[in-house]
Design a binder for this molecule. Structure first.
Ligand code: SF4
Length: 416
């Protein structure tokens, strides 16, 4: 059994990874324990957005790599510990039975070599699935440069895997994570995406990574701009079929002359998540969201910023605009757009109707007409000022937990 000291070090070491989210798995219970399929594939988030319902742990913090930003890097003076696959499997089942957790997020430092570490990670999930018949959710970190066969085997037992890109350019990887390279991170992602496709096409029995792949990028440790990060994200969604890209504001946990002394602000991370929503659900391209060499504006969400840059396209008439145009109106999210499409089949919509339908008009009114009526501000400067003021008060309200219903809902769902 794993002792408390190692448990503390190994869980502490995993806490900076935010690429865990348990949605989307299809693993059902077929006679054992747990269930990664029903809503219970269970995650909850601390106020700062970290997932807490999975046992989040490292198999080892004893790393032969030397990523400058990492507290477990080779030349860091920290106690080194490892657990065995048997210990982690036993601990997971024990915690699960006590109702502490619903699943496992297992990562590891590169102990001895990529293959040695990956083999132990695979052995852990295999033990859980075969010996303990554990059907709960498992998210496994992939080790860059590990053998292809091990990667394939891991995908047969895990629900989700992730290779963390961490730094958004080859140049920054060379500087801050010299043992990693763009190729060593993208190749296994590509391998998994390709094999998952074949698996589905050939309708093979069993499961192959049912919850897909995710990755994480650190924001603000290196000089890349948001425009570059959003382009990389777009290419990961398009070419690797990733389920999610997570962004983690840089926090200076270790001192290094190549790293900034100050943390990157949470607001920058928040804006990147909003841009991510625009890519995934609103039909925007990275090129529309931000120029490659610029950051996203902090005073406005990226959808408002885009609308202000394209004022010649507005206002749009809500009774005629197609879905893809409605989705580009600041304040109109996916659910509101659908409600508008449905309601206008039966009547000509007015602002009163929209209000009753709980469409957030505070932002939208500057960009729409309803039955020919326009209630927005007349000049770009006035619109910008009102949107920025609204943004500030919404941020404050969201923080205070006393937000009005639509604003609170938008904060929870991320709709823009
Ligand atoms: S590979 Fe890099 S990021 Fe991962 S534990 Fe080792 S030093 Fe840290």
């Amino acid at each position: 059994m794993i002792d408390e000291r190692r448990l503390k070090i190994l869980t502490e070491g995993a806490k900076y990874d935010v690429s865990c989210s348990s949605s989307g798995s299809k693993r059902k219970n077929e006679g054992g324990m747990g269930n990664g399929y029903v809503a219970g594939c269970c995650h909850s988030f601390t106020p700062d957005g970290r997932c807490v319902s999975l046992l989040k742990i490292l198999l080892s913090n004893d790393c032969v790599y030397n990523c400058r930003y990492c507290p477990n890097r080779l030349d860091a003076d920290v106690p080194r510990v490892s657990a065995t696959p048997e210990e982690i499997a036993e601990l997971t089942v024990d915690f699960y039975k006590r109702n502490y957790i619903e699943g496992l997020f297992l990562s590891s430092a590169v102990e001895k070599s990529p293959d040695y570490t990956m083999e132990r990670l695979v052995r852990t999930v295999k033990l859980l699935r075969t010996q303990y018949r554990f059907h709960g959710y498992i998210h496994l970190k992939g080790i860059p440069r590990a053998d292809e066969a091990l990667v394939r085997e891991a995908a047969q037992y895990a629900d989700r895997m992730s290779y963390n890109i961490e730094l958004p350019s080859e140049q920054s990887l060379k500087l801050l994570a010299p043992q990693k390279s763009k190729e060593s991170l993208l190749l296994p992602m590509k391998q998994l995406a390709g094999e998952a496709l074949v698996f589905r096409r050939e309708k093979r029995k069993g499961l192959f990574l049912p919850a897909g792949q995710t990755t994480q990028m650190i924001v603000g440790a290196s000089p890349e701009k948001d425009g570059q990060i959003v382009r990389l994200t777009q290419s990961l969604y398009r070419n690797m079929g990733l389920k999610r890209v997570y962004y983690s504001s840089y926090v200076p946990v270790v001192r290094d002359s190549l790293l900034p002394d100050l943390p990157a602000g949470q607001l920058r991370e928040h804006r990147l998540y909003q841009a991510d929503w625009l890519l995934r659900f609103y039909g925007f391209t990275a090129e529309e969201i931000a120029p490659e060499n610029e950051n996203l504006p902090l005073d406005l969400d990226p959808k408002c910023a885009w609308a202000l840059r394209n004022l010649q396209l507005f206002p749009v008439e809500v009774n005629r605009a197609p879905l893809e145009t409605l989705l580009r109106v600041p304040g109109i999210g996916g659910r509101s757009a659908q409600k508008i499409l449905e309601a206008r089949k039966y009547t000509t919509l007015t602002f009163e109707h929209l209000k009753k339908m709980r469409v957030v008009l505070k932002r939208a009114r500057h960009f729409i007409t309803a039955n020919g009526k326009f209630y927005g501000a007349k000049s770009e400067t006035a619109v910008r000022g009102l949107l920025a003021a609204g943004e500030n008060s919404e941020n404050a309200m969201q923080m205070s937990l006393f937000a009005e219903r639509e604003t609170a809902l938008s904060a929870l769902t991320g709709e823009l």
